[in-house]
Design a protein around this ligand. Structure first.
Ligand code: AHG
Ligand code: MN
Ligand code: MN
Ligand code: MN
Length: 333
């Protein structure tokens, strides 16, 4: 079998299909290199003294794990000097991070969730990194938070890495979804799945069912119907999976279908869900749509939402199209 590396794949996209500019290709390579470093740190675990809490809190009020902080630093350092970025933003930083003036400023902006699935770090369960790439608005001088507030449809690339039994990188530049596996000995990303597709129908769903008593009626109705199985309204049995790392749940869905839900609920009526629009929901929505699936907040397409703040939260329903459309439909009734 001929091995195609990430570099070769990106060069071909740039050259043959004219799908991506050279600058974007370089940016993606740098992000992939940073993910390789994070994968290395994750793999060392206790031996690398990377487990446990950092003793600090992020802007979301979450206790930061050492790996949340380390992964954020790795991504910042890797991406600062390349000349392709104007600014970065992250789950772990309160405000945006403009590229320091000692480096040339590029035309792209990078957003990331440096370490997704923090509660799984210390128990050796799959975790990951999620990223989204936007273009800086025309004529932008000093980047501000406002420049980042673009709907998901404006993303020019998105992807994630999963640090699991294998380390994989899943990527879209708007030309389908491809998966690369890290060859640890060679240190290179090898194309292992082309054009991933999510089946429109599924018998698998993912939701944190411990919140069931707080769910709003449309979600309760939908999940009750799934749980009723063969003899209920749906006429078939469904299986449930919940990893508590969105990257790992989405990776399963890209491989074999399913629906992932993190709804808003009655615990905090003012909070539109737990997950973050800009660096969790939007990049995953881009990937899922590029693979033939759908992603909504229960009412509208996630990628059409006009963000109003950097750390905005959003309800998420994504995955197999027919299921996402069904639960979205229940919200309209
Ligand atoms: P993060 O670790 O980046 O803060 O994100 C965690 C998210 C997501 O990965 C996962 O699906 C969800 O939180 C898990 O939530 P529960 O703790 O409710 O299971
Ligand atoms: Mn977090
Ligand atoms: Mn996350
Ligand atoms: Mn995170």
């Amino acid at each position: 079998m001929k091995r195609v590396s990430l570099t070769q794949y990106l060069v071909e996209e740039q050259r043959q299909n004219n799908k991506i500019p050279a600058e974007l290709r370089l940016l993606i390579e740098v992000v992939a290199r940073a993910c390789k470093s994070i994968s290395h740190a994750v793999g060392k675990g206790a031996l690398g003294e990377v487990l446990g809490s950092a003793g600090s809190e992020n802007v979301q009020g979450e206790v930061q794990k050492k790996l949340d902080v380390l992964s954020n630093e790795i991504l910042l350092e890797a991406n600062e000097w390349g000349g392709h970025l104007a600014a970065m933003a992250s789950e772990e930083m309160e405000t945006i991070h403009p590229i320091p003036h000692r480096y040339p400023k590029g035309e792209y902006m990078l957003l990331f969730d440096p370490l997704d699935g923090s509660s799984n770090i210390d128990v050796n369960v799959s975790i990951g990194t999620i990223f989204s790439v936007l273009k800086a608005p025309d004529g932008m001088q000093e980047p501000t938070e406002k420049d980042f507030l673009q709907p998901g449809t404006k993303q020019v690339a998105a992807g994630y890495a999963v640090y699991g039994p294998q380390t994989v990188l899943v990527l879209t530049t708007g030309d389908g979804v491809n998966c690369f596996t890290l060859d640890r000995e060679m240190g290179s990303w090898v194309l292992t799945q082309r054009n991933m597709q999510i089946p429109a129908d599924t018998k698998e769903f993912a939701i944190n069912a411990s919140n069931a008593r707080h769910w709003y009626p449309p979600v309760k109705r939908y999940v009750d119907e799934l749980l009723a199985g063969k003899t209920g309204a749906r006429g078939k049995d469904f299986n449930m999976r919940w990893i508590a790392s969105m990257v790992a749940d989405v990776h399963r869905i890209l491989n074999r279908g399913g629906i992932f839900m993190y709804p808003a609920d009655a615990r905090e009526p003012d909070k539109p869900g737990k997950l973050r629009l800009m660096y969790e929901a939007n990049p995953m929505a881009f990937l899922v749509e590029q693979a033939g699936g759908a992603a909504t907040n229960g009412k509208q397409r996630i990628m059409d939402i006009q963000p109003t703040k950097l750390h905005e939260r959003v309800a998420v329903f994504l995955g197999s199209k027919n299921e996402v459309e069904r639960v979205t439909g229940y919200h309209g009734e």
